[in-house]
Design a protein around this ligand. Structure first.
Ligand SMILES: [Zn+2]
Ligand SMILES: [Zn+2]
Length: 158
């Protein structure tokens, strides 16, 4: 969605945002529609995006390989400017001709926010390295490798 922010930069009232879009496959493959809500405001001549983007993404767990659907909700919060100095480039978003491509801004924030590691749950037990069983479904009965220090202690107690 392209928003015209010229009136907002001139000091007009906030713009409410509530819409969904489908990201390009080559940018964010396999995700659901991305739902964007929030508003764009001008407070004391500083124009800001106060948005959040929520969506679902099917993934496979890095530890146990099972498929799951991750639900994400990322903030899209920036100061928007109509001109940039070189030192501002990382901090501010440049809105050229007063036109903001909201989809593009949201997709680039999502790409920065996505975790590198995907886990089906924070305490995923993963797969047994010996038999390959998914240990989230219960123990597998393989002998656990014994810590040599514990083994020494066991011998002392015998
Ligand atoms: Zn897992
Ligand atoms: Zn096992």
């Amino acid at each position: 969605m392209i928003l015209d922010l010229k009136a907002l930069f001139a000091g007009d009232s906030p713009i409410q945002v509530d819409y969904s879009f489908r990201p390009e496959e080559d940018q964010l493959p396999n995700v659901s529609l991305v739902h964007v809500t929030g508003r764009l405001v001008n407070e004391a001549d500083i124009v800001m995006s106060q948005l959040s983007a929520s969506f679902e993404m099917p993934l496979s767990c890095d530890r146990c390989m099972s498929e799951y659907v991750a639900q994400y909700n990322f903030p899209v919060e920036h100061v928007l400017v109509t001109s940039l100095n070189h030192e501002d480039e990382d901090r501010f978003i440049l809105v050229e001709q007063g036109q903001l491509d909201v989809d593009e801004l949201v997709v680039s924030d999502i790409l920065l926010s996505l975790p590198m590691k995907h886990l089906c749950r924070p305490d995923c037990k993963g797969l047994c390295p010996t038999c390959g069983r998914n240990l989230n479904e219960g123990p597998c009965g393989c002998k656990k490798p014994i810590d040599p220090r514990l083994e020494a202690l066991g011998k002392l107690l015998e």
